[in-house]
Design a protein around this ligand. Structure first.
Ligand code: DX5
Ligand code: ZN
Length: 212
């Protein structure tokens, strides 16, 4: 299982330095993009993603919590994202948005909120490189893990095996040493933010997650 570091709760003032501290211990950098409409919070935009691109060659896993993701695919692709994930609950044509992401040579992902079942995305699964199961309501870091994500990750793994699909199964929200063990066996990629970013010894926390 790989680990993506969500930088939403990182120390932004000394950001590039704190990223350098842990960069060798993470597999992906998870970029949380929020518009204040799809979620009740605003984070950062493509200019910030672009400015971080030279800091590392780790892949960027960009998570769009946007009401109209289709309007921003080009910007986040050109900013240097390897994966772009948007929400099935957004106001967009899902298949068109998947194809738009692919047209930039970027891998498409879909995310589902805690209240959305896997059945809502079943018809898109053959076209996806990543499925992101939210284990908190999107919008903020530092929330409590919702165990409903466990069965969804399991279902996604069964569907992938049965149909020979190729997507990575990822989970996002409240991941730490206590919550990850229950879901780790179904995952390819765990996203973790505050558990790592708020620790004095970030390297140690990443090692703990990697071992699961
Ligand atoms: C929530 C974001 C998450 C969040 C994870 O809307 O999508 O990526 O930053 O942070 P923690 O690990 O603190 O829940
Ligand atoms: Zn996220």
């Amino acid at each position: 299982m790989k680990v993506a570091l969500s930088i939403l709760t990182a120390d932004w003032i000394r950001f590039a330095d704190s990223l350098k501290e842990v960069i060798n211990d993470v597999d992906y950098i998870h970029m949380d993009i929020m518009d204040g409409e799809f979620v009740p919070n605003i984070s950062f935009g493509p200019a910030v993603v672009k400015s971080l691109r030279p800091v590392t060659d780790k892949p960027f896993d960009t998570h769009l919590m946007l009401l109209h993701p289709q309007n921003y695919i080009k910007q986040f692709a050109e900013a240097g994202s390897q994966y772009i994930t948007f929400h099935v609950e957004a106001d967009c044509d899902v298949m068109e948005t998947i194809n738009l992401i692919k047209s930039f040579g970027v891998k498409p992902g879909i995310s589902i909120k805690p209240g959305t079942p896997v059945s809502a995305i079943e018809k898109y699964l053959p076209y996806l490189d990543l499925v992101l199961v939210m284990s908190v309501e999107p919008g903020f870091g530092g929330q409590k893990f919702m165990p409903s994500a466990i069965d969804k990750a399991k279902e996604l793994k069964e569907l992938r095996e049965k149909n020979n699909y190729n997507y990575l199964i990822s989970v996002d929200g409240g991941i730490n040493d206590k919550t990850l063990p229950a879901i780790a066996e179904y995952l390819d990629l765990a996203v973790s933010g505050s558990y790592v970013c708020n620790a004095d010894n970030k390297k140690e926390r990443l090692e703990i997650l990697h071992k699961m």
